[in-house]
Design a protein around this ligand. Structure first.
Ligand code: TXA
Ligand code: MG
Length: 301
């Protein structure tokens, strides 16, 4: 894939919006770091973020919206959360709040959790894309998994060149580190990730820095789950893949983007089914398969 690096202007924003609406991720500057943004309501588009980053596990991603009104259509804000949003948005603060049932956010964005991280970015490029797309954008930092967060378009190109089609060059980012993350999900505020904005909150031991993707809060089904299954036992809800059929399938055609996009929805349906156990067909471990298998192993543990 050819990667275009284009300056931030009206024409580039139009290109970016078209790509995002078509389900492709685009690298966009924010005031913290460059983000790799995709349509947060389209699970395949979000799976392509993971594919491009080569991320070996699924983390809940931050949803970017233009303002507090848009944020309140996705999450449930307590008075305390709303006051923080009013004080610091637009800006480098992410609020983790309960997810609304009618949010329209794909389950791969929240990694199946009943909460969602939301932020209103201050950067005019990200704001312009949000306005053009007219929908929420999921965006982790725009770097390959395991490499440092990008604060310039060149940094993005270094690790994602050839893997995405557009990088919007808005020059160096102002803050240079990722947003402060505060959980406002009931009880006292919790600091999940320190960042540019200082807010009084309890330190949280499950914060991402020590163990990305290993947060205790990660969604896991409540039923026993068996991996690499070829057939279902009578009491098992079978999750198929490729040539292995099931009660439902991650992807009948064996497409890993589709499988990643459907993973959390399928785990939820399997959990909600009358069957006592869950069996899952083998998924190859290459590309996105590594992230899918990481999640399945945790769900089976
Ligand atoms: O500054 C930033 O926040 C950048 C720019 C691009 O906006 N984005 C960013 O995203 O750093 P990311 O995906 O690297 O960080 C997401 C982190 C997760 O690892 C997790 O710690 C936290 O946000 N998070 C998101 N949703 C959460 C949730 N529902 N519960 C707990 N933590 C959540
Ligand atoms: Mg990151």
């Amino acid at each position: 894939m050819e990667t275009h690096v284009l300056p931030f202007n009206r024409h580039t924003i139009g290109n970016a919006a078209q790509l995002i609406i078509a389900g492709q991720p685009v690298a966009i500057p924010t005031e913290t770091v460059y983000g790799l943004a995709a349509d947060a309501t389209n699970p395949k588009a979000v799976a392509r973020i993971y594919e491009a980053k080569g991320r070996p596990s699924f983390n809940p991603l931050i949803v970017h919206v233009p303002d507090l009104t848009a944020a309140e259509r996705i999450g449930v804000f307590s008075d305390e959360a709303r006051a923080l949003a009013q004080a610091h948005w637009p800006g480098p603060l992410t609020l983790v709040v309960p997810l609304r049932e009618d949010s329209g956010i794909a389950s791969i964005v929240t990694a199946g959790l009943p909460t969602v991280g939301i932020r209103v970015p201050a950067h005019p490029a990200m704001q312009a894309v949000l306005a053009a797309v007219e929908g929420p954008l999921a965006a982790p930092s725009a770097n390959a998994s395991g490499s440092i967060s990008p604060t310039r378009a060149e940094h993005v190109f270094k690790t994602l060149g050839g893997k995405i089609s557009l990088i919007i060059d808005g020059g160096p980012t102002e803050r240079g580190i990722e947003s402060t993350i505060i959980a406002a999900t009931g009880g006292p505020l919790r600091l999940l990730r320190p960042g540019p904005i200082h807010i009084e909150a309890e330190a949280d031991s499950s914060a991402e820095i020590e163990a990305p993707g290993q947060m205790a809060s990660h969604y896991a089904p409540s039923k026993p789950l068996r991996l690499n299954a070829t057939h279902a036992a009578p009491e098992e809800f079978m999750v198929g893949f490729g040539g292995v059929p099931g009660d439902d399938s991650l992807s009948p055609s064996g497409d890993l983007v589709e499988a990643a996009a459907r993973l959390f929805d399928l785990l939820h349906s399997a959990d909600a089914s009358p069957k006592e156990r869950i069996a899952v067909a083998a998924v190859p471990n290459d590309g996105l398969g590594a992230a899918i298998n990481d999640r399945l192993r945790r769900a089976a543990a």
